[in-house]
Design a protein around this ligand. Sequence first.
Ligand code: PMP
Length: 334
Amino acid sequence: MTSSVQNFTDAVGNTPLIRLRKASELTGCEIYGKAEFLNPGGSIKDRAAKQIILEGEKNNEIEKGGLIIEGTGGNTGIGLALVANSRGYRTLITIPINQSDEKKDMLRLCGAHLIETPPVPYSDPENYVRTAERLAKELKSSEEHGLLYSNQWDNPANPAAHLHTTGPEIWGQTKGKIDAFVCAIGTGGTIGGVGTSLRERNPAIRIGLADPEGSAMASYFEEGQLKSTGSSIMEGIGQGRLIDNVKSAQVNDVYRISDTEALLVLFDLLKEEGLCLGGSSGINIAGAIKMAQDLGPGHTVVTVLCDHGQRYQSKIYSPTFLYKEGLPSPPWLG
Ligand code: PMP
């Protein structure tokens, strides 16, 4: 039985590790997914949000009534807004307009001030991260209770959350019997933090990158060049520029995963194992299957199930949306 906790912040983390039956049977390995969708704000990003705010408090950057600003694909914003609500702060979130309505609705529900930006790359000043950076500079002097620019992209508190919690939890839950960890990169906080934590405990553990189409991370780790082709509908992952968190990540193996591969894994998991997961989880599990196949039977591979599928019901579980994208639909939805 889990013990009771005092508040929202304390409820973040300590998620279960779920054995993925079909992936394990297919590969002869034990493949586990860490159920990050069970965090109180609904995603793995609750961990980074909590750590970023606690660090901001420690450094006296913010006090009750102060403002937190972040550019986010949604999940970090939701985590920040909820931790902020529970600790007496306000939030201003910038988000690309093409992120799911479910995430944007949740941010509004939290009371965050939401600014939607065009879905343009970082090089464009209208980009969501650039907009957040600009607003943080502009508003700094007028916020009498302090302004915390969360900056998950370059903030060491983001990987630190995974170094100090996600990684040690995985090590404990597998009792150290783990051969590989694999996941995608959004900010790189997860792969960097979990990777370092596991390697400190066993330097032989392999770290795998599952990269969606349109991301430049696979080519970066293979040949040191940022190159990408294609595009992906999966949200919160894929990266086209070199951010601090990624520079320090150690990656042994790289797997490129298409949206179709990830969707087929997701539909199967929902129908046959009762797991309704977001798009990045599909990319991660498809990566875990490929990595397990490379390692051969008898190994243990762990990945992260970053958020719940309902957060994307109007996209990756919508036959209308999927048909328009030329992608497969859940067979039972017709
Ligand atoms: N999956 C989802 C659904 C996310 O929102 C994010 C964060 N953007 C990630 C994966 C990637 O995690 P990280 O930022 O730690 O690389």
